[in-house]
Design a protein around this ligand. Structure first.
Ligand SMILES: C[S@@+](CC[C@H](N)C(=O)[O-])C[C@H]1O[C@@H](n2cnc3c(N)ncnc32)[C@H](O)[C@@H]1O
Length: 211
């Protein structure tokens, strides 16, 4: 499975830079605050998270399947405060050993993967027991009217216009069904206006193992 969204990849840097200025940079800082050890970042895009990794993070393996965004991410990695290696790869097949990392980071990615359960199984596999999944994702609206709009958009034009993105996924529920315990969950709208992609979650989930 290849991820090839050349038009979206060329528009995303300007869109995401505007979001940064509108307050997303602070959310990214909160996403990564307090992390330590070795991390995998899935679907790193153009690398906007890199500058926010705290110094206690020893290495980041950043996986990005889209060629144009991967090139931009490599440039961002060269300016990052911690060592970041950017590689080709997919959420569904992460290039890391079982139980090998302390943290996995996803931001605005679980809306775009083909099947969330498959990506989360992979994330669970590479995390050490007790390791953290840090997530910042836009999700299903909490009003029935907007949730209906999201369903229609997701079944029609949105994924085609926005690089495979879906607006109405219940991502926190899927995380909890995939071998994680959510320890922290903030819900907020960004932007505050009610657009189909305004509803966000930011939090920490911990890998749990069945006995
Ligand atoms: C909206 S962008 C978000 C980029 C970045 N994480 C950020 O926070 O700005 C979605 C990203 O997910 C990546 N992506 C899409 N499908 C993927 C998959 N199956 N595995 C890994 N990354 C994927 C895209 O290439 C793109 O970089």
């Amino acid at each position: 499975m290849a991820v090839h969204h050349p038009i979206f990849a060329r528009l995303y840097p300007a869109m995401s830079a505007a979001m940064e200025r509108g307050g997303m940079a602070e959310r990214r800082r909160a996403l990564l605050a307090g992390l330590t050890g070795a991390a995998v970042e899935v679907g790193a895009g153009d690398g906007l998270n890199f500058r926010h990794y705290p110094p206690a993070v020893t290495e980041v393996l950043a996986v990005e399947p889209e060629p144009h965004l991967r090139r931009l991410a490599r440039a961002a990695a060269s300016r990052a405060p911690v060592p970041v290696e950017v590689v080709d790869g997919l959420a569904e097949r992460l290039p890391a050993d079982d139980r090998s990392v302390d943290a996995v980071v996803v931001s605005l990615v679980l809306c775009s993967v083909g099947e969330q359960g498959a990506a989360l199984r992979e994330i669970h596999r590479v995390l050490r027991p007790g390791g953290q999944l840090r997530f910042l994702e836009h999700v299903r609206a909490d009003t029935p009217g907007m949730a209906r709009v999201q369903r229609v958009l997701d079944a029609t034009i949105w994924p085609r216009l926005a690089g495979g993105c879906h607006t109405g996924r219940d991502t926190a529920a899927v995380i909890e069904r995939s071998g994680f315990r959510i320890d922290r969950l903030d819900r907020f709208r960004f932007p505050d206006a009610r657009t189909p992609s305004s509803w966000h979650i930011l939090g920490t989930a911990v890998r749990i193992d069945a006995n």
